[in-house]
Write a new protein. Structure first.
Length: 239
């Protein structure tokens, strides 16, 4: 993703300050991602969707939010980004597993057929212990440090009683945890199901934070029994 591939004058306009975009990126990025995902559905594999700047303007979001949108789209295997003249975003070739995961994302968790969405969440939650098992084996000190940075973002959201900021930080933290796994198929399926996480009430934030903190402690200490206990869906308040 070259910085000068498709922006005005080769330089992107500055992103908002971190404190500004953390509160709004998650929901707006998801909306923008779904809009571009719909374009991918209507396009042939490999078709050019437009430049980053063109699509950002179409979605009406900031540079920081669109960067998050790109991360979501790429994590789902929906688009590829090519630099240089004629570059931009292209509809990706999708494997059967990617198509399965992305079809799950199309579920409306508030529709009458909520049972299907609940089944998808159960699959997502069942993958959690597998990711934690991989983290116990493969997490480096740098990985643990990244997880603790994510934990600090959660703590800030709890302090400010901000469910939207907490949801965005929670998504980033789960994504970082999944990235530790060397199992590409596991990472891919989890990434497609992750956006199905339910929003939290202010009253739930502290318990959620404590759960994440205990899990990261267990991973760092290589406490397999404790980590896998915390990874079970029935040990959390967010299922």
């Amino acid at each position: 993703m070259g910085a000068a591939d498709d922006t005005r004058g080769g330089i992107e306009p500055p992103a908002l300050r971190r404190g500004d975009w953390e509160r709004t990126t998650a929901s707006r990025a998801e909306v923008a991602a779904e809009r571009i995902a719909a374009m991918v559905t209507d396009a042939e594999p490999g078709a050019r969707l437009g430049t980053k700047e063109e699509l950002r303007a179409t979605c009406g979001v900031s540079v920081g939010t669109f960067n998050e949108t790109l991360r979501l789209l790429q994590s789902r295997g929906l688009v590829t980004v090519r630099p240089g003249p004629g570059g931009g975003l292209f509809a990706a070739e999708q494997s059967p597993m990617r198509r399965l995961g992305n079809s799950v994302l199309a579920l409306d968790t508030h529709q009458a057929d909520g049972a299907r969405a609940e089944e998808a969440r159960r699959i997502r939650d069942a993958l959690g212990p597998l990711l934690v098992e991989d983290a116990l084996w493969h997490a480096s000190p740098a990985d643990v440090s990244a997880l603790r940075e994510g934990l600090a973002d959660l703590a800030k959201a709890v302090q400010e009683s901000d469910p939207a900021a907490f949801a965005a930080a929670d998504h980033r933290l789960r994504t970082r945890l999944a990235a530790i796994s060397p199992n590409m198929l596991l990472r891919s399926l989890y990434a497609t199901l992750l956006p199905l996480a339910e929003p939290d009430s202010v009253e739930q934030l502290r318990d959620r934070y404590d759960h994440h903190a205990a899990l990261i402690d267990a991973i760092e200490n290589r406490d397999r029994t404790k980590a896998l206990e915390l990874a079970r869906p029935d040990s959390r308040t967010d299922s």
